[in-house]
Design a protein around this ligand. Structure first.
Ligand code: ZN
Length: 279
């Protein structure tokens, strides 16, 4: 930190105070930092010359965005500040930017060419908590099998791009806007640790996980239908109250929606990977 540095910013010469960063040959002020890519983190290995080049490239980028034709924007549309993957099929390039699609150019997102991407991998952060609260902390405690269907499984998805790019080495962006929280019922004697999805996946592995989740949603749907059918028969002969029955229906619908939501993120990662890296 260049907090008490007497020298000015190595790029613009203004005072480098609070919020400045150290470069190989001086300090970089807060105002100059604002001109850099939101994905840029390599201050330590950069010189003032590198930073000047990036600021210049970012100005060029702003102009190039005027010619960027949106083929599609892939991301959560429900929230205005959710991240979007937006691409231009003809020019074979993309941006990753906080939405919405209509105003993304205002944020001057870095245009990345498909051929600047060395690799793509999906990172799934899976954990559990005892409450279903959106912001509940993940637990580090040991979870026994008999508790698997009582806890709330939590999912976050990050898509990573390793780049050959003048000033960016990597982009890692959150694909979901909110953590997906889901209770996973155990069926028969099969104990499932959530959706068993923790890990890093690339290429075919991403497709495999998307297929697996979609198949799981299909199976669960069939299972629930079967359950409903036997419930109807049972209802005729039992004292089970109708409201309890309806609560179960709502729970099942929610569960299916959550699996589809998770599968949706994984499928989107698969589409992006195929678009950029090919089959
Ligand atoms: Zn400066």
């Amino acid at each position: 930190m260049g907090l008490f540095s007497k020298k000015g910013c190595a790029v613009c010469g203004e005072k480098a105070g609070l919020g400045s960063k150290s470069l190989t040959d001086g300090e970089l002020c807060k105002d100059c930092r604002k001109k850099l890519s939101p994905w840029f983190e390599e201050y330590k290995g950069s010189s003032s010359e590198d930073i000047r080049a990036q600021i210049e490239a970012r100005e060029e980028n702003k102009k190039a965005l005027e010619d960027f034709k949106v083929t599609k924007a892939w991301g959560i549309k429900k929230y205005a500040t959710a991240m979007q993957f937006i691409y231009d099929q003809d020019q074979k390039c993309f941006v990753v930017v906080e939405g919405p699609e209509e105003t993304f150019r205002d944020r001057n997102p870095d245009i990345i060419r498909f051929d600047q991407v060395r690799n793509i991998w999906l990172e799934v952060d899976e954990g559990w908590s005892e409450s279903g609260d959106q912001y509940a902390p993940k637990s580090n405690r040991i979870l026994t099998q008999d508790k698997y269907d009582e806890v709330f499984w939590r999912y976050d998805f990050y898509l990573n791009f390793a780049l050959d790019h003048p000033y960016l080495k990597q982009i890692r962006y959150p694909m979901n806007f909110k953590t997906t929280v889901i209770q996973v019922p155990q069926r028969f004697f099969l104990f499932k640790r959530g959706l068993e999805l923790a890990g890093e996946y690339q290429r075919e592995e991403i497709a495999y996980q998307a297929d697996r989740l979609e198949a799981m949603a299909g199976k669960e749907d069939a299972f629930i239908r079967l359950g409903k059918y036997s419930d109807i028969i049972r209802l005729k002969y039992s004292e089970q109250s109708i409201p309890e029955h309806l609560v179960q229906d709502v729970k099942n619908d929610l569960y299916l929606k959550k699996i589809e939501n998770v599968a949706g993120h994984v499928r989107r990662a698969d589409r992006i990977s195929r678009l950029i890296l090919g089959k």
